[in-house]
Design a protein around this ligand. Sequence first.
Ligand code: 13P
Ligand code: ZN
Length: 277
Amino acid sequence: MGIEQANCMRRFIRMCDDGWVEGWHESNGGNLSYRLDEEDIRVVMPYLKVSGEGHDWVGIGRKEPDIANALFLVTAAGSPMRKVSIDPTLNCGIVEIDASGSAWRRVWGLRNARPTSEFLGHLLAHAALIRDADGDSRVVYHAHCQNVIALSLILNASEAEWNRALWGAMTEVVMLTPQGVGVLPWMLPGGRELAEQTALKIAKHAAVVWSQHGLIATGPDFDETFGLTHTIEKAASIYLKARAANGGRVPDHLVAPAQLREVCDAIGASFNEDLLQ
Ligand code: 13P
Ligand code: ZN
């Protein structure tokens, strides 16, 4: 068996392909990271290389003890999602975090490449998921979903506005995001501010809108994270269609607050009612 047959590799590559098929990854748009679990590490360990040229430690510019010693599978900076399945060793790779959580090194793949330009954001999001969320989430996915971006051109960067629109567009959304999506205004892609602000939001929301840019979604596995992204993107598309068909006005028959409450009661989810105020 080659490392490409490892379960985590196959699922990672499949998600890159699925996002490409959805049209969320023009050029090198979007990126993906996954924190390996014990079984993944056991399977990939024989293929990892930790010393020699290209395997030096690279500082991340801060200390994140929550991710100390973790291994991440991550897409390469500038790599098209479409090409991850075609040439995995060039377009993705595995990096190890040092024992203090302040540096990473390449241990597989990333041939002549570095991790995504949003790597700091991914690392801080993973640290927040371990520290502040349930600790079970291992996937961080950034996609340039066209309808989410289009909606950010007409809505303010307000969580109340966004969640009224997305929850109101179709019943399923509140089931997947009872805490609602987080929303950030435009910030420089790959920048420290975007990384830090995203991590703060990820502590409370499984997905965060990057206005005029895309979405970042997290979850325990690839399917749930992709499903969450797909659901938010679909709700954005339905809302935009309904609003356009309604002459640009807010649609008259969004799923109502009482109905949202009823859904959350039925599935026993704690619902972020504050966003309805
Ligand atoms: P990377 O190619 O560095 O992953 O950047 C793509 C992107 O979407 C930045 O926000
Ligand atoms: Zn992007």
